[in-house]
Design a protein around this ligand. Structure first.
Ligand code: HPA
Length: 273
């Protein structure tokens, strides 16, 4: 079965469970940030394993379902849990849900993640509006024959994160008195955290935060002509900055502490999208 046919089958399975709603905003909720989906009104919840051609999530702290409904007057489709390259999925599988979202009618994608702070002026617990990314994953979801119906062979990535959406989020943060950072997200494959030397290198290269997701989804969203807003929760300072080892527990713990701020920022921003 072709990729297009798979996308259509997934989309149909989802649409059949909706009563005419068309989500126009997609949310990808990263580690510990899935709670935002619990705020969606009149939710239709669909576990990934029920959706044809969807991969399944395996990582701790990820639920693995789509939640479709109303949030701040917008019809949204949220991924509660995402697929990571380090889990062994191909880039095509990692990004498949973004293509299904596009088929459902999504035009704007809000992508979130937990990330390590590379910029030494950051602190654990900060939120960062992503201004740009560096693909350091050693792969690209658009490798292989281009499917012209999905987008162009050589997509422009000069404004991968939509400037207007960044400004909308910044304005919202200012209004609610939330101090947000801005910067460049580096996508690494993981699953290892970085060495101290790698963190130094990434800083020299212009990175402000580093994580193991987001880049593939944002590439495919740009390919599909979607506008992207990216928000990182700086869950820890990257390796070598503080004299302490990194752990997934710390990532989850910090995210837990800032999730109310994160929820408030995303919800208020949604109102103005
Ligand atoms: N490095 C990579 N990915 C991460 C980190 C980190 O320090 N924190 C959360 N995700």
């Amino acid at each position: 079965m072709s990729l297009i046919e798979q996308i259509r089958e997934s989309e149909k399975h989802i649409s059949d469970q909706l009563s005419g709603q068309t989500p126009n905003i997609g949310l990808i909720l990263g580690s510990g940030l899935g709670v935002l989906a619990d705020e969606i009104d009149n939710p239709v919840t669909i576990p990934y394993h029920e959706i044809p051609h969807f991969p399944q999530s395996t990582v701790e702290g990820h639920k693995g379902q789509l939640v479709i409904g109303e949030l701040q007057g917008q019809t949204v489709v949220a991924m509660q849990g995402r697929f990571h390259y380090y889990e062994g999925y191909s880039m095509q599988h990692v990004t498949f849900p973004v293509r299904v979202m596009k088929q459902l009618g999504v035009e704007k994608l809000v992508v979130t993640n937990a990330a390590g702070g590379i910029n030494e002026s950051f602190n654990a617990g900060d939120l960062m509006l992503i201004e740009d990314h560096i693909n350091n994953m050693g792969d690209n979801p658009l490798m292989g024959k281009n499917v012209d119906e999905l987008g162009p062979r050589f997509p422009d990535m000069s404004q991968a994160y939509d400037r207007d959406l960044i400004e909308t989020a910044q304005k919202t943060a200012d209004e609610i008195g939330l101090n947000v950072q801005r910067g460049v997200y580096v996508g690494n494959s993981g699953p290892t955290y970085e060495t101290s030397s790698e963190v130094k290198m990434l800083r020299t290269l212009g990175g402000d935060a580093v994580g193991m997701s987001t880049v593939p989804e944002v590439i495919v969203a740009n390919h599909a002509g979607m506008r992207v807003l990216g928000i990182s929760c700086i869950s820890n300072m990257a390796a070598g900055i503080l004299d302490q080892p990194l752990s997934h527990d710390e990532v989850i713990e910090t995210t837990e502490q800032v999730k109310q701020q994160f929820i408030q920022l995303v919800k208020q921003t949604l109102q103005s999208l």
